[in-house]
Design a protein around this ligand. Structure first.
Ligand code: C5J
Length: 236
């Protein structure tokens, strides 16, 4: 039995991962996306839809923390002078408040403001990695790639919001960089339920073209891989 590798009942087939080389990436669990008065709200979304993912994300983080896995939190936030916010992003659409405008939780999506910070329940613990990103993908214009390399990471667990925007973009970026990626289904959410389901389906289609998905229960019941499972018919 290989105690260094765990096996999860996942889709489209079992996911095997070595916890010592696995990081969890929690995407953008910020007040600006989850609470009233933030960026998501100004765009006309029902932010209450994201709330259930907060509880599941905390369970996921705690499970990873108990296994000493690398924990990475990302936040989508811009410099106060907006020098890293393209006009194409700031001026798009018809929000009630644009990035950088003053709102009830401070300036919208500006690093250091109350709204751009993490929701209380998901405050990073000392020593955990925080990536501030100007884009949707967490590898773009950040040090994430170097940090994962320095820790010898090969596998990534994902949670966060929103499923089809920053989570999916980052998972695709990670997949292209050679990481084996699994998205934990309850730990991610979208303002649009149908987009969440479509994203889960897209990720695991065609034999896991972007990666795997699994329920939190399946992950937390992962079992040490046995030798007979190492070459297994369930991967076909
Ligand atoms: C969006 C994100 N939706 N974190 N950002 O603009 O998904």
């Amino acid at each position: 039995m290989n105690m260094d590798t765990l096996r999860v009942d996942a889709q489209p087939f079992a996911w095997r991962f070595p916890p010592a080389r696995t990081a969890v990436i929690m995407i953008d669990m910020q007040r600006d996306f989850i609470l009233p008065g933030g960026f998501g709200d100004t765009l006309g979304n029902d932010v209450a839809r994201l709330k259930p993912a907060v509880t599941a994300a905390l369970e996921l983080l705690d499970w990873c923390r108990a296994r000493n896995m690398l924990v990475v939190h990302t936040k989508e936030a811009h410099a106060a002078d907006l020098s890293d916010c393209p006009l194409a992003k700031r001026l798009r659409g018809d929000p009630t408040l644009r990035i950088g405008d003053p709102g009830s939780m401070g300036r919208i999506l500006i690093d250091g403001e109350f709204g751009a910070d993490f929701v209380e329940e998901l405050t990073p613990l000392p020593g955990e990695v925080i990536i501030t990103k100007p884009g949707k993908g967490a590898f773009y214009a950040t040090e994430l790639g170097e940090i994962l390399k320095a820790h010898g990471i090969t596998h990534l667990l994902f949670g966060g919001v929103t499923t089809e925007v920053c989570v999916q973009t980052t998972m695709r970026e990670a997949n292209d960089r050679g990481y084996e990626c699994l998205l934990v289904e309850e730990a991610t959410e979208s303002y649009f339920p149908e987009f969440k389901q479509a994203t889960l389906a897209m990720i695991r289609a065609q034999g896991g073209i972007v990666g795997w998905t699994a329920t939190l229960e399946a992950l937390t019941h992962a079992t040490p891989q046995t030798e007979s499972q190492e070459v297994s018919a369930d991967e076909s």
